[in-house]
Design a protein around this ligand. Structure first.
Ligand code: ZN
Length: 233
């Protein structure tokens, strides 16, 4: 199945926290979206791989993505190596996305920046015909990095005001991870109500710059090119 956008996160919930408003919006535009988790987030303090996978599949339905795949790389200890590059390349070549969204270039969680580089490298190598996976070569037209926990100045922002509530619903599908007054598990830096408040505050700051309530921010290693300057207002 070919998709327009492949959104990749190293942990289940990265995509929901950082770019699910943009995904919901593009699905409403008629674009198709696939999701890919590189790990099961099994080293997270709360929950476990099985529970987080159930939560991820619930969030996938809320977003309306065409599919969600998980690659079972080792949480915290995966490396940017041939094995991992080839596994990501196989998914890119199978689904032929025009756009890939991936983790922030650097972040509080060290996996995020490492995964960002791994995905960028895989998108490039996927276009090399001599890397043989028994599939035609395919290079996405662009890779954009969503912004997650630490503040990074975005290169562009997407108005997600109309999808902010649905995004919150997708995030809260991960009931083991985020604020849940009934949870008996240890508190973590992402389980407080203030965490989501900070996330939406960032979205509010980016929204304000373009005169809307909420926006999601992205960075790109390559200059974005436009045909029409009016697409940028
Ligand atoms: Zn993460």
């Amino acid at each position: 199945m070919q998709v327009d956008i492949l959104a990749i996160g190293v942990h289940p919930d990265d995509v929901e926290l950082s770019c699910s408003g943009t995904l919901l919006k593009h699905i409403a535009f008629g674009k198709s979206v696939g999701l890919l988790d590189l790990t099961l987030g099994e080293m997270g303090t709360r929950g476990n791989a099985e529970l987080r996978t159930q939560e991820a599949m619930k969030a996938t339905k809320i977003i309306g993505a065409a599919f969600r795949k998980q690659l079972h790389f080792e949480d915290c200890f995966f490396e940017n190596n041939k094995t991992h590059l080839i596994e990501i390349i196989k998914v890119i070549r199978e689904h032929k996305p025009q756009l890939v969204l991936c983790n922030a270039i650097s972040d509080r969680h060290p996996d995020h920046g490492r995964a960002a580089k791994l995905v960028v490298d895989a998108c490039f190598y996927s276009g090399l015909v001599k890397i043989d996976t028994k599939q035609p070569a395919w290079r996405p037209k662009a890779v954009y990095h969503y912004i997650q926990d630490n503040y990074i100045h975005p290169h562009f922002v997407v108005d997600v005001t109309a999808f902010a509530d649905k995004k919150r619903e997708a995030i809260m599908a991960y009931s083991s991870q985020f604020y849940n007054p009934d949870s008996k598990e240890p508190a973590t830096p992402i389980s407080s109500p203030e965490f989501l408040e900070a996330l939406y505050s960032k979205m509010s700051i980016w929204g304000r710059t373009i005169g809307v309530r909420y926006a999601e921010g992205f960075t790109t290693a390559r200059y974005p090119g436009v045909e029409n300057l009016f697409d940028l207002i």
